[in-house]
Design a protein around this ligand. Structure first.
Ligand code: GLN
Length: 508
């Protein structure tokens, strides 16, 4: 086996010892008897699509500017072709920013090559500096960050992970980095790979096109200590199993990679990854199509695995946009062995989908006893309980979802008290609900034998402030989503409105 690595601008893009990433890749190849080829590509040099892993480190604004022009002129085509065939492209900090669409510095826009659907802006605020720890799907990443740029993900763009400590992409969204298939951008220096040897192995395996297990173990006590030290510096306690690579359930990652290599949905989706509002009905159809491709939506075939034998219990196809957003957020931030609760589970596709993705500790509550015969009821812990007063232990869940349930007569204080009790610190609550900025009257209308509210902007704001009183804070700024309303994409029960999706996280 040969690992062919190309280092882009190794003399300019290498601050905070990012060159250590190359050393780490090289050493681990040598220890395993994998042949190593390093090509260095600097300013003015053409680039060929013939490497397994392309690497670009962090840089100062001035150097970044010179590299950006060169990247577009001499290297973008080869990098795009390499990414499209599945080569690994790793960008750290300034390199990450260049993999996005652009880096704005005041009036100046430094263009990127757009392999990641992100934009970076150098705002007036302070630089985001310090030790950082990130929960990605496969494991915990620890290191150090120092950037002035704030990076915003487009709404279809998967983050690399959730910030456990530190600032991440922008200091407030709770997300760090971005990934699309094997293109990965992160703000984590450290350098990244020496402090996260499992990630070095994962990237090596992906670049070579083999399973990580095929690389075989190395004597990693020093590497583990470096990882634990970096986590401790960020103030995060390592769970013993988190110090190592944690491969996603077989198959699921591939399915996701396939999906991510599709072009992003071209529309005006809210760019905020946490709070967002449905703008066009077509977004529901697109989300449903993607879920179907991944085997995660209820199909039209009665024997489809997510299809309930009882037609009354079939997951509702209109709940696809929010189900996909919730699944994306969980996949990005919750490991397969962490517990997830769904509140108001009847007819909801979320738990069957998570089961198919390999999540092992799933619970769903609903007052309707037919929830007990939902698909995969043998593997998912469904129970008939009041979601505002469940029997689960405190801090039992890393994520709680509630798809289209809040609008049916919930008492907000009781709900938030229970959500705050059940989530572990740092856990997330993901919800969707019926929404229109101005009041649409539904008084006296019953749906599914339950009262019905279409929340207006003021009501959502007060829901959010009630939640804050229980230590549940919004992920990102909900403001823009609450205003964005060109269209009324949902028509139901003689009303025209939209859906709002939001995320809250439990503070410690
Ligand atoms: N110049 C960029 C910023 O400050 C990247 C810095 C870095 O690579 N550390 O945002």
């Amino acid at each position: 086996m040969i690992l062919r690595v190309c280092a882009l601008y190794p003399d300019l893009m290498n601050i905070y010892a990012d060159r250590g990433n190359l050393l780490m890749l090289e050493r681990r190849c040598a220890w395993r008897g994998i042949e190593w080829r390093l090509h260095e590509s600097g300013l003015g040099e053409p680039l060929r699509d013939e490497h397994d892993l392309y690497y670009i480190g962090g840089g100062q604004d001035g150097d970044q500017r010179r590299c950006a022009t060169d990247l577009l002129e001499h290297k973008a085509a080869a990098l795009r072709a390499a990414a499209a065939r599945g080569a690994v492209v790793l960008g750290v900090c300034g390199g990450y920013q260049l993999l996005g669409h652009s880096y704005e510095l005041g009036a100046e826009t430094i263009p990127g090559i757009g392999l990641l659907d992100v934009h970076t802006v150098r705002a007036n605020g302070p630089r985001l500096i310090g030790n950082v720890a990130v929960q990605s799907i496969e494991g915990t990443i620890a290191g150090f960050e120092n950037h002035g740029g704030r990076t915003e993900l487009a709404s279809g763009q998967e983050p690399l992970g959730r910030v456990l400590a530190g600032h991440g992409n922008d200091g407030h969204s709770g997300f760090e980095g971005a990934r699309r298939a094997n293109v990965i951008g992160t703000y984590v220096h450290g350098p990244l790979l020496p402090k996260n040897s499992w990630l070095c192995d994962l990237l090596t395996a992906r670049a070579l096109g083999v399973e990580p297990e095929a690389l075989g173990p190395l004597e990693d006590s020093l590497e583990r200590a470096a990882h634990a030290g970096a986590l401790a510096a960020a103030g995060v306690k390592a769970a013993p199993e988190q110090a190592q690579s944690r491969p996603a359930a077989a198959g699921s990652r591939d399915a996701q990679i396939e999906l991510r290599s599709e072009p992003p949905v071209p529309d005006g989706r809210a760019s905020q990854p946490s709070f967002t509002v449905l703008r066009r009905h077509e977004q529901i159809e697109l989300a449903r199509r993607r879920l179907m491709q991944r085997g995660l939506a209820a199909g039209d075939q009665p024997l489809h695995p997510i299809q309930s034998p009882d037609p009354a219990l079939r997951p509702d196809a209109i709940k696809s946009w929010d189900v996909e957003l919730a699944l994306d957020a969980i996949e990005a931030t919750v490991a397969r062995d962490e517990a997830v609760l769904d509140m108001g589970s009847i007819c909801c596709a979320i738990l069957p989908a998570l089961h198919r993705l390999g999540y092992e500790r799933l619970h769903g509550v609903d007052l309707d006893p037919r929830v007990l015969v939902m698909p995969f009821a043998d593997a998912i812990g469904y129970s008939t309980q009041d979601m505002t007063a469940t029997e689960f232990d405190d801090a039992s869940f890393s994520a709680i979802t509630s798809i289209s349930a809040l609008e049916h007569g919930l008492h907000s204080d009781a709900l938030w008290r229970e959500v705050a009790r059940l989530l572990r610190p740092g856990g997330i609550f993901l919800f969707s609900t019926d929404y229109w900025p101005e009041k649409i009257d539904t008084a006296g209308t019953m749906l599914f034998d339950l009262p019905w509210t279409i929340f207006d902007a003021q009501e959502i704001r007060s829901l959010i402030s009630d939640a804050a009183a229980h230590g549940l804070v919004p992920v990102g700024d909900p403001g823009p989503a609450l205003l964005a309303t060109e269209d009324r994409p949902v028509h139901f029960a003689d009303r025209e409105y939209t859906f709002l999706f939001g995320a809250l996280t439990r503070t410690a």
